[in-house]
Design a binder for this molecule. Sequence first.
Ligand code: 5GP
Ligand code: ZN
Length: 116
Amino acid sequence: MYSDDCIFCQIAQRKIPSDIIYEDDQVVAFKDIQPLAPVHLLVIPKHHLTNVNDVTPDFEGLIGHLFGVMRRLAQEFGVAETGYRVVTNTGADGGQVVGHLHFHLLGGQALEAKIG
Ligand code: 5GP
Ligand code: ZN
């Protein structure tokens, strides 16, 4: 389930501190340490998956659950109506720095329309 030397696995296990705002048996959400918007949450599965490339059919239920968590967090953080962005960077060209699947939930301001 967890991978040694993975910073987000350590956050999920509360081995290193972070501002955790939601947790259940499958998912953890915490505030990004370098926020790029007034609301910048990171939502991760507890199970270590490197990125979307690891999301085989076995994990589709988990990802569906994770999106439900994001929907509720968007409501809780007051951005559901104003709008927000969900981003997952994958691999080097995708700009992925941390090798544990994570979804950025960004909102609280008008974000630039461009992608890439
Ligand atoms: P990536 O480029 O991999 O999609 O984004 C990784 C994100 O994780 C970045 O936005 C970065 O600020 C955030 N991050 C990296 N290390 C930590 C940490 O130790 N704690 C928290 N809360 N966020 C982190
Ligand atoms: Zn991990």
